[in-house]
Design a protein around this ligand. Sequence first.
Ligand code: 1HN
Length: 349
Amino acid sequence: MSNTDKPAVTTAREAFYAKIGEDHMTPLWAVMSDIITPEPKSACLPYLWRYSIIREFLLESGTLITAKEAERRVLILENPGLRGASKITTSIYAGLQLVLPGEVAPAHRHSQSALRFVLEGANAHTTVDGEKTLMNIGDFVITPPMSWHDHGNQSNDPMIWLDGLDIPMLSFFDASFAEPFNIDEQPVARATGDSLARYGANMLPVDFEKQRLTSPIFNYPYVRSREALRKMEVQEEWDPCHGLKLRYSNPVDGGFAMPTIAAFMQLLPKSFKSSSYRSTDATIFVVVEGCGQSQIDGTTFDWGPKDIFVAPSWKWVTHEANDEAIIFSFSDRVAQQKLGFWREERQEN
Ligand code: 1HN
């Protein structure tokens, strides 16, 4: 749209708008420049949550309610520009979940997809469609749509992870379904590690046929992602905007691991200063290792391990690493790409 000025509101026009309003109609020319903007205009704001603060509140919540009573004991990260909407970005929900030793978060299923990114603890588990996986720091774990899932912690320490779900997308399309399982923990029907062995060794079962959009691997262990970055970094081939950045892929078709949420892991070498980058997918970053700063739309955010920060759609982002940094991130890029409107821009300098 070239014209961002709205036509003047005359007395006659106003009366007309009021008249058609009674029949639930409204003139396009009065709203056109609000709904078709020359570039993305989002209420989503850049923000950083410090892990030390999140953690304290989360552990306090553990004294107030059990995982069973809450169903999921989660503190939602609400974008400051989107309060009350249970959103970290316009299209994505995120929250921090606590499972204490001995607890069970009961089995249920829903049409929303979830990812977990483990921040603290060791060897708590999630069971997804009959297979249990142990979760460790930095693991990227997926719950596909309508798959039964329950969590438990048989370790001696609290387990904390970040949940990312496509809840706002499902809400937008009015496509939410959910149901509880009849018992707290679903029966385990497959050996732990079966999916990773079957689909995560650059091989597939000989007669495998694609049945769903989500990757058949549901735990991408940090040891493997970290090892890949460790081996690749010796090449010192840095992308000016991203350092060394990998995306989690579905071994069946090479696409993203989930149909609605794209996930990435990147390494920034010590003292790296990125070029400016922006894209239409508002992105949630989770620091795994290292310290540094990111500038988002002109504001600087200092970060350290486990801090979580958000870059809104189409705002310029640069990263600076004080020491070698590893950052996990996720966004709705996969959905935008499939629908054909994803864009990115680099400022090479
Ligand atoms: C859910 O099922 C989980 O399974 C976490 O851990 C957060 C937020 C809204 C709806 C369902 C989980 C959720 C959720």
